[in-house]
Write a protein that binds this ligand. Structure first.
Ligand SMILES: *[C@@H]1O[C@H](CO)[C@@H](O)[C@H](O)[C@H]1NC(C)=O
Ligand SMILES: *[C@@H]1O[C@H](CO)[C@@H](O)[C@H](O)[C@H]1NC(C)=O
Ligand SMILES: *[C@@H]1O[C@H](CO)[C@@H](O)[C@H](O)[C@H]1NC(C)=O
Ligand SMILES: *[C@@H]1O[C@H](CO)[C@@H](O)[C@H](O)[C@H]1NC(C)=O
Ligand SMILES: *[C@@H]1O[C@H](CO)[C@@H](O)[C@H](O)[C@H]1NC(C)=O
Ligand SMILES: *[C@@H]1O[C@H](CO)[C@@H](O)[C@H](O)[C@H]1NC(C)=O
Length: 322
């Protein structure tokens, strides 16, 4: 759940809750309002590799199935501890929290950058997407089995607008759209999103007691690339924290890396005003862009069904069918 951390925090903030601690944060974490299982670079499928792949991220060992295992462990252990007396009652969720809580998912982009899908046949891409989304559905059902009833699911963003995906490839002129994003990569992201939507439609049938909100983050983000100035942003494709190349991005000298320039060691740092930029490091969005995207989606304008975040936990159950 790669981007969930930022989103979870904006979400918690907008609901008047404190920030949500990462599950692996063992010291002084307060999980009474939730836990965050997201890690950078995580995939739905088990990763093949732990090293850098061309143009993509180093993959995380915490793929979605592992995160699901961590969640079960969190539930079991936290309830064991909660039921002892003492400080745990203040640091861990109550038992009924698990069925009342909102489970948010934002994952899949790293799966579609893990392999060179642009070089595969349509049938190969289709088979891979089927496998990826089958594994996604398995995890949602596991969370349901553990009591989860409300799900807030982001689709994946416009991959073809990210420097890390654009930089290693030589697209021809006619492969760029008006925003400067690569059409073949955006088409791949949209193929994934179409399958994700179909998966959610099926989950609604399989798990009628649960509420699923599908959020079209792709469209919200793409609007930003199409009309950056309108929303107070500039140089939409340029990386803020990076160096070199067409997009201020170099996979060998990324944000925070040490590099030697004219014999002196320096750190690859941020642009002057990150609040006017969309892309932070070539993969992730800036705080300003995430904030903008969150404001776009929080009221339900990009959601199916079109309900706002604060209502996503309330499924109207028709008494005649329950
Ligand atoms: C792992 O790599 C192999 C060989 O390249 C490929 O066939 C397989 O689909 C990959 N698995 C995933 C999860 O990416
Ligand atoms: C943990 O967070 C909850 C909710 O904000 C708060 O009520 C509680 O006092 C906190 N516990 C500790 C020990 O900080
Ligand atoms: C597909 O693979 C061929 C041969 O390995 C390579 O020359 C070509 O650049 C690749 N195309 C893309 C879009 O990556
Ligand atoms: C892309 O084009 C440049 C310039 O023509 C060339 O140096 C580079 O090797 C190409 N990269 C790939 C991945 O084909
Ligand atoms: C998801 O699929 C359903 C059924 O095909 C369709 O009615 C709906 O418009 C789709 N939603 C999105 C956001 O694409
Ligand atoms: C490195 O040295 C060259 C040549 O002296 C100079 O033009 C350039 O500005 C220097 N770059 C930095 C980052 O100091």
């Amino acid at each position: 759940m790669k981007y969930m951390f930022v989103f979870a925090n904006f979400a918690a903030n907008s609901l008047g809750l404190p920030f949500i601690h990462p599950y692996l944060d063992s010291i002084r974490a307060n999980f009474s309002h939730g836990a965050n299982f997201a890690t950078a670079g995580s995939t739905i499928r088990r990763p093949n590799t732990t090293i850098f792949r061309s143009g993509s991220n180093p993959s995380s060992p915490f793929s979605l199935d592992v995160q699901s295992g961590q969640f079960s462990q969190f539930k079991n252990r936290s309830q064991w501890a909660y039921n002892r007396e003492g400080v745990f009652k203040e640091l861990l969720p109550k038992g009924d929290f698990f069925s009342r809580g909102l489970y948010t998912f934002d994952i899949g982009q790293n799966d579609i950058t893990a392999e060179d899908y642009l070089n595969m046949t349509a049938a190969q891409v289709s088979a891979a997407l089927t496998d990826i989304l089958d594994k996604f559905a398995v995890v949602l059902k596991e969370v349901y089995e553990q009591g989860g009833r409300s799900f807030w699911i982001h689709n994946t963003g416009p991959l073809g607008c990210l420097a890390s995906a654009l930089d290693p490839r030589n697209f021809t002129k006619d492969q760029f759209d008006q925003a400067g994003c690569a059409i073949p990569l955006n088409e791949l992201a949209q193929k994934f999103n179409m399958r994700l939507n179909q998966t959610v439609v099926q989950l609604r049938k399989d798990l009628p007691l649960a509420a699923f909100t599908y959020v079209d983050v792709y469209s919200a983000k793409y609007n930003l690339f199409k009309q950056p100035e309108k929303y107070g942003f500039e140089h939409p494709l340029m990386v803020c924290c990076g160096t070199g190349g067409k997009y201020n991005f170099n996979s060998d000298a990324r944000c925070g890396d040490f590099i030697i320039v004219n014999g002196t060691e320096t750190i690859v740092g941020a642009c002057k005003d990150p609040s006017t930029r969309i892309i932070w490091d070539g993969v992730h969005y800036t705080e300003a862009a995430n904030d903008w995207v969150f404001k776009q989606i929080a009221d339900g304008a990009f959601s199916d069904p079109p309900i706002p975040l604060r209502m996503a936990c309330h499924k109207e159950i028709d008494p005649s069918t329950s």
